[in-house]
Design a protein around this ligand. Structure first.
Ligand SMILES: Nc1ncnc2c1ncn2[C@@H]1O[C@H](COP(=O)(O)OP(=O)(O)OP(=O)(O)O)[C@@H](O)[C@H]1O
Length: 456
């Protein structure tokens, strides 16, 4: 693969643009400079002189920005994702997992706007085009809120130019494929889906009956205290659902009931149609679970621990050995695999527990505060891994106090408060509904007292 970052400017119209801006700017500056000079010589009122000089300075700055902004129209393929820069109005970084595809197009109708990105609300399209030559259309898996100028818009596709679209595509494609391959290696062929089917759509899944987790009227009490109160919710195949809530809201209690560790007092849970209590073996076969505190055997090495779990899950030895090595590598644990689990740091224990949960390629992954204790690099790896697993069809439910992460990776979040689900929907929907600038504000509003239930 090519060395990153690689820059892809669009220079085809740059000279014309600079010639126009420079000549026009030069004339304007000469004129306003002349006026300012005369004003400084003839006008005695100091305020008027200052005002005229300030107008002249403002013009100089405006023209300088117009000339310099052409240089910031340069897209970059970096290790962390695709950076799109267009004049002063657009500077975004898209992770590769967010990109569905990029195709060459020729859209003469796009309404070209030199150096000012424009938003087409009908198509949810961001137009950042200098001309109709060298155009590429980038489509995202799910619409994302992107900042264009000072406003945020929900964007599904982006139209932009580069000088060499073929070279850009050849350079970018391996990074899009690489992510898919990294996880495809740890997933069996029968769980892989075709490229088109990778587009996650919760509504489509619900309509086609692919609900994997169905919870109805779920209730759990501890003595007189109601920890989970008549909870109803569904999660579709390939969806990432985030449980958010204040301490003691009932997230872990719900998760324990979901994985069959705690019996509900009322209601039921079905996992892919199997009741967690009356068909517990079939339901648990589908599950991978990582508790909030990793439960490992301190006297086994990391590799032995995984081999033991593989045996319990009934994996053939050769399959298990291969899988263990792949998971150790994906989770950066190979170096520590011969060390006793008891000597692992908190974060390493969490990663080993996650490897254990992924060994049998579960259809449903349930993670209680998975980012707790992970360093930024491991957290980033885990986010990417979860996104790719979800694209492969794994249904993921996680609880977290990290609102930014929930917003970044969850298709939907549910906000718990005192055992009740106060609101659920995508982060964007909840923000719009609560007219809040971010998920943190929505969370704080909903978990303050006396709030009505909100559904999207
Ligand atoms: N075994 C138990 N006995 C008595 N009360 C319990 C028990 N387990 C949980 N609870 C209570 O149920 C409520 C919900 O607890 P839970 O652990 O589900 O909260 P949580 O949302 O996971 O909180 P946190 O974010 O702090 O982990 C809390 O008030 C807790 O004290």
């Amino acid at each position: 693969m090519d060395e990153l970052p690689r820059n892809f400017p669009y220079t085809a119209r740059r000279t014309t643009y600079l010639t126009i801006v420079c000549s026009f700017g030069f004339l304007l500056l000469m004129e306003s400079g002349g006026v300012a000079l005369v004003a400084n010589l003839l006008i005695t009122n100091p305020w008027l002189r200052i005002s005229i000089n300030l107008v002249h300075l403002g013009l100089c700055i405006f023209i300088a920005i117009a000339m310099v902004s052409v240089l910031s129209t340069r897209h970059r393929i970096t290790p962390g994702g695709l950076q799109l820069n267009y004049g002063r109005t657009l500077h975004v970084q898209l992770p590769y997992v967010a990109i569905r595809d990029v195709q060459p197009v020729r859209d003469v109708q796009a309404g070209l706007q030199p150096l000012t990105a424009r938003y087409d609300s009908k198509k949810q399209e961001l137009v950042a085009c200098f001309s109709d030559q060298g155009q590429l259309l980038l489509r995202l898996h799910t619409a994302q809120l992107l900042k264009i100028g000072h406003k945020e818009h929900l964007v599904s596709s982006i139209l932009f130019n580069v000088d060499q679209p073929e070279l850009f595509l050849t350079t970018l494609t391996p990074y899009l494929q690489d992510l898919m391959e990294a996880v495809a290696e740890i997933m069996p062929p029968h769980t892989r889906r075709s490229e088109d089917a990778l587009v996650r759509s919760v509504q489509a899944q619900s309509q086609s009956g692919q609900l994997v987790i169905v919870i109805e009227n779920l209730t759990r009490r501890f003595a007189d205290f109601v920890a989970v109160d008549k909870l109803n919710m569904t999660i579709g195949r390939g969806e990432i659902y985030g449980f958010l809530g204040s301490n003691g809201a009932g997230k872990t209690t719900t998760i324990k009931m979901l994985v069959g560790l705690l019996e509900p007092h009322d209601g039921y849970i079905r996992l892919a149609g199997h009741d967690v209590w009356s068909e517990s073996v079939a339901a648990k076969r589908l599950l991978g679970y990582v508790a909030d505190r990793a439960l490992l055997y301190d006297r086994l090495t990391g590799r032995e621990f995984l081999a033991f779990l593989a045996q319990v899950r009934g994996l053939a030895k050769n399959v298990a050995d291969q899988k263990i090595e792949q998971l150790l590598a994906v989770l950066d644990l190979t170096e520590y695999a011969q060390r006793l689990c008891g000597s692992y740091s908190f974060g390493m224990k969490r990663k080993l527990a996650l490897a254990g949960a992924l060994l049998h390629e579960p259809a449903i992954l349930i993670l209680d505060e998975p980012f707790n204790g992970l360093d930024p690099r491991s957290a980033r790896h885990l986010k990417d891994l979860l996104l790719v697993l979800a694209r492969q069809g794994t249904t993921i439910l996680l609880s977290t106090h990290d609102l930014a992460t929930a917003e970044a990776i969850c298709d939907r979040v549910g906000i718990f408060h005192k055992g009740r689900l106060m609101a659920e929907g995508s982060a964007v929907e909840l923000r719009q509904l609560a007219e809040a600038p971010d998920l943190e504000t929505v969370f704080l509003q909903l978990t303050s007292e006396q709030k009505e239930e909100v559904g999207v």
